[in-house]
Design a protein around this ligand. Structure first.
Ligand code: HPA
Ligand code: ZN
Length: 324
């Protein structure tokens, strides 16, 4: 079954590039850029990856991202993830990046996006892996800061397919970003948002009704509202669910408690994703394997989940027809 899941053709729709920064590369980049780390070794850093909640993780994730400084660093980060995709038969990706994590440290927006884009272009030419890059706003920062980030992205709109919303969900509801999402959508960008990860089902409703998103990232708390579950199924609003992330961040105590297959059986268009694999202990195939081991996912369910990842991707019609 593990080999079957690895070889199953898949798309990944919820992956933070900064969250694919493995401790080994983090140490190598720290050395290259003369950044002093508060950890003596890769092992010590890995031991620190013991999170009680989303914020515990975010604190380490933003700290780790500080080693990313040059265009080559962003290229190396992205290319390392693409090599994983190649090994796991991931044919299409829609990765996230968090420009504010870098621009707030004085790294130019151009440095970040040019490094990432060079790797994504090479993924297409070297491996035939198609992609659509999604730029996330950090929701713990202000609306004005999100508008400024959108302004910085304007010369690069040919490299970005959509916008997203991530970071601390509690205390930063979707409504805070209503106007910047409206502007981005008017510019032709698609929209997604993290909602219903640690926050309530109402955040999923508000992401749909106020931000008018095309997909929901996580969305597992939707289960608390049966009418919302029926709506997600009826309107075919896909959820990008991240099983290992949810257990590592204590959204669920144990994989046996996870609701992804329950939602699948209720007709919700759920997909499997790895979120921040370097921090949560597994890439996409490992997430599928965890569902088999923890929830008894069948081959048929795995095939349906993988099919959803193509069907609800933002790939163009011609590419989607090839993937499906
Ligand atoms: N939730 C919110 N913000 C994030 C996440 C997540 O799972 N991963 C990276 N930034
Ligand atoms: Zn995420």
């Amino acid at each position: 079954m593990d080999q079957f899941l690895n070889d199953l053709p898949k798309a990944e729709l919820h992956l933070h590039l900064e969250g694919s920064l493995e401790p080994e590369l983090l140490f190598a980049l720290a050395e290259r850029n003369a950044v002093v780390l508060p950890y003596a070794s890769v092992e010590q850093l890995r031991e620190a990856y013991d999170f009680g909640n989303l914020q515990d993780f975010l604190d380490l994730y933003y700290q780790g991202a500080a080693v990313l400084q040059t265009e080559q660093d962003f290229y190396d980060l992205t290319w390392a993830y693409i090599e994983r995709c190649k090994a796991e038969n991931i044919l299409h990706i829609e990765p996230f990046f968090d420009p504010q994590t870098h621009t707030d440290r004085g790294i130019p927006f151009a440095t970040v996006i040019n490094g990432i884009s060079r790797a994504l272009d090479q993924a297409e030419t070297a491996y035939g892996i198609s992609s659509g890059l999604i730029m996330c706003f950090l929701r713990h920062l202000s609306e004005a800061a999100a508008f400024e980030t959108l302004r910085q992205a304007e010369p690069y709109l040919d490299k970005i397919i959509g916008i997203g919303l991530d970071s601390s969900e509690k205390g930063h509801p979707p409504a805070k970003f209503e106007r910047v999402f409206a502007k981005a959508r008017a510019m032709g960008l698609l929209a997604v948002a993290h909602a219903g990860e640690e926050g309530p089902a109402q955040n999923v409703i508000d992401a749909l009704d106020i931000l008018k998103v095309d997909r929901i990232d996580h969305g597992v708390r939707a289960i608390d509202n049966p009418e919302l579950i029926r709506r997600l199924a009826r309107e075919e609003i896909a959820l990008t669910v991240c099983p290992l992330s949810n257990t590592r961040l204590k959204v669920f105590d144990d994989m046996s408690q996870h609701n992804i297959l329950q939602m699948l059986e209720q007709g919700v268009k759920v997909t499997v994703n790895s979120d921040d694999p370097a921090y949560f202990g597994g890439y996409l195939t490992e997430n599928f394997i965890a569902l088999e081991k923890g929830l008894g996912m069948t081959r048929e369910q795995a095939v349906e989940l993988a099919r959803n990842s193509f069907e609800y991707s933002f790939a163009g019609a011609a590419r989607k027809a090839k993937l499906l």
